[in-house]
Design a protein around this ligand. Sequence first.
Ligand code: FAD
Length: 313
Amino acid sequence: MLMVISNKVDRNTIELLSKACELANRKNFEVSLLLMSAIQEKLEQLKGYADNVILMISKQFEVFSLDPFLVNAEMVVRKYRPEIILSSATTFGRTLMPALAAKLKTGLTADCTELDIDEKGNLLQTRPAIGGNVMATIVTSTRPQMATVRPKVFQINPPTKQKTKFIFEQPIFVADRCELIGYKVREEEAKIEEADVIISVGKGLRRKENLDVVYKLAKFVNGAVGATRAVVEAKWLSFDHQIGLSGKVVKPKIYIAAGISGAVQHLAGMQTSQTIIAINKDRYAPIFKVADIGIVADAYSILQQILEALGDE
Ligand code: FAD
């Protein structure tokens, strides 16, 4: 069995299930989703994406806190004994999966960008290594084989399973070591993971004040603002905006790279975008190797000209 663990039915879960079905169909494995949630919703969307949906519904899963999820996930895994366990490399997966791997005394490959399966049923887990300079393919010698996968690296395929069985498992109530005394939902700008258009800036934008034109343009095209690590380190933008190896992976329809050199660590987060437009004053900048359209010019003045052409006063 190949098991996907999630706490919600969202795009990431369906992407991962699509890949899980593709791999499992080759080995005749069953695909199961362990869904741990406070409410039973959007289940219709899962039909055809798994042989089994194992549902654990409990109020204690309303807000993510490790203890209740860990105890209950371990219980289900020990009962169903999957060969492979996958989860998205979101806060949920990145927190739960290492703790679960430790409980099961097995290995975990974090932040994979590609998965495959060989004839023996070994999961081939590929991820950037050595500062993003090589793509390493890792095979786990212990069982179960566990991996987290970056969101947006797999496409959503049409459902392939004839029947999806919904199984209810009774969760154990776990007295949490953390007490939630309240929380505030952060007012986010357009999320870069979901935007169709991203205007991403590098140090070639020259100064923080020039972000003004970037935000205006993003608003015009209903897009989001991304950044390189250099920009985040310079405190022009928060870490939420960082795209790349140690930031987010994005796959928008249009990616505008303004004043970005194109270091491998940045490319790891955006090179699968549909159309890449690069603006850099250095014609030999590596970003042009992945760009569909290249403009050798000052980034700020090009963005300003686009804005003016769109009708901004
Ligand atoms: P620079 O490399 O300084 O490039 C600026 C570019 O702007 C140059 O190409 C220059 O020609 C151009 N330019 C200058 N003036 C202008 C102008 N007026 N108009 C137009 N162009 C101009 N980086 C990330 O982005 N994301 C990551 O997740 C990430 N993770 C990393 C993880 C590790 C382990 C390591 C070691 C590094 C990581 N980095 C990451 C850093 C990465 O190696 C680069 O340092 C970074 O991406 C460079 O950012 P930049 O392109 O903004 O700056």
